[in-house]
Design a protein around this ligand. Structure first.
Ligand SMILES: NC(=O)c1ccc[n+]([C@@H]2O[C@H](COP(=O)([O-])OP(=O)(O)OC[C@H]3O[C@@H](n4cnc5c(N)ncnc54)[C@H](O)[C@@H]3O)[C@@H](O)[C@H]2O)c1
Ligand SMILES: NC(=O)c1ccc[n+]([C@@H]2O[C@H](COP(=O)([O-])OP(=O)(O)OC[C@H]3O[C@@H](n4cnc5c(N)ncnc54)[C@H](O)[C@@H]3O)[C@@H](O)[C@H]2O)c1
Lengths: 208, 208
């Protein structure tokens, strides 16, 4: 089975390749791709080989070609449409997040169970729709991924709405585990893992 | 050098150990610790060995003891105080995020360059302070980590405020790279990596 962690690493290599391409670099090595993340050259080669992207011994990888082929492997040659369920503070912050503009993901709908109370935000270009219209909207706009931005106790309800509308993947920001039928993929976002990462380094350097 | 990815894996093992402890399980194995994340038993043993946590051949690991020692290694026996810079949509969503309650991280201050405009939120228990008081507040409340929740163009300003106040680590949610002096640790949050992960599985199962 492909592991989530191996895919994360491929996403990291893709970001590095995008940077190299912007700098006009044409060739790179497994060492260069992994060094910023402390991933060994051997691990980089293993990851890329697993996905069928091979370099040429002694020459390394062609930046543009490798980037194209990894985009193809991850299914990123096209734009993916995303619906955000929960138009509160987080949902609206996600909808306006400029970091999405450079990605292959487009927020195509923003929905809430109380759409009237949150319509105050003039600068939001997306209309806030009632959650009950998700099935029609998902079909019309080809939406395949749902983001959950509701409080923990409402997370399962939101997941049920997303699954019922036929979406096949969920990015869950709520602090609660959700149950979904087989064939629906879920990733739970937990930023405290990054805080633990920072705490380790601060502890080691300043508190030992 | 300890790699960020190895630390992420240790954080994942810690979450698994917390679950096992809640279920009353007393012994576990490297296979059990890694299987949900598709990490091989050998990699788990290698990670834990690197940080000095060894199991006993044939018997495995003692759940409670291993959890305690990993908490110690990551510096998580105590609470870390955190300041959020930027009290807009995302900053307020982070301040109220219930997922923090179970972690070792406590939001001790919420600051903004325009604190008056955002004070409308009655239910927020944290006062929104002006960013200029971060040095005094960080000293009084022992704050060591800063979170950046400002727009991209303001991210470097926010980073400068955090560094000037003496904080040693930054979790950056803004879609912009920030420069910090040596000895200050930064982690950039990019949730599009998780969307890429989901796209890979949906593409493989439904679009091949
Ligand atoms: N994982 C992270 O990184 C992270 C960070 C910040 C906040 N959060 C979490 O995000 C969630 C949202 O936080 P917030 O501050 O935006 O809350 P909020 O109260 O401002 O917004 C929640 C919205 O969800 C709507 N809602 C509730 N149930 C719904 C349903 N079944 N269908 C559609 N809409 C529904 C509500 O009407 C409300 O508008 C919380 O669970 C919080 O813990 C996660
Ligand atoms: N990485 C992620 O997962 C993620 C998700 C959602 C949003 N975002 C990002 O989070 C940021 C905040 O988004 P938002 O929707 O909350 O924006 P917002 O406009 O609602 O809030 C930003 C706040 O920052 C304050 N601010 C600006 N410069 C400041 C400074 N130097 N010091 C202190 N305060 C300052 C503003 O006064 C404002 O209140 C954006 O950069 C957005 O792209 C990231």
């Amino acid at each position: 089975a492909v592991s989530t962690l191996a895919l994360f690493r491929v996403s990291l290599y893709l970001r590095r390749l995008a940077e190299l391409e912007q700098e006009g670099v044409e060739k790179t090595s497994s060492r260069e791709l992994g060094e910023r993340f402390s991933i060994s050259a051997a691990s980089v080669r293993k990851d890329l080989g697993f996905f069928g992207a091979f370099g040429r011994a002694g020459i390394g990888y062609e930046v543009h070609g490798l980037r194209e082929s990894l985009m193809g492997i991850l299914g990123l040659e096209r734009t993916w449409k995303v619906a955000i369920v929960g138009a509160g503070r987080l949902g609206r912050a996600l909808a306006k997040h400029k970091g999405l503009a450079e990605s292959k993901f487009e927020i195509s709908a923003l929905l809430d169970k109380f759409p009237d109370k949150t319509l105050g935000e003039g600068e939001l270009k997306l209309e806030i729709l009632h959650i009950d219209v998700l099935p029609e909207v998902a079909h019309e706009r080809d939406i395949e991924i749902g983001i959950i931005a509701v409080p923990g106790p409402d997370a399962q309800d939101a997941a049920n709405s997303i699954v019922a509308a036929g979406l096949k993947a969920i990015l869950n920001f709520a602090p609660a585990r959700i149950k979904v039928p087989p064939g629906v993929f879920v990733h739970n976002v937990d930023f405290t893992i990054y805080l633990e990462n920072l705490a380790y380094f601060v502890n080691r350097v300043y508190h030992q």
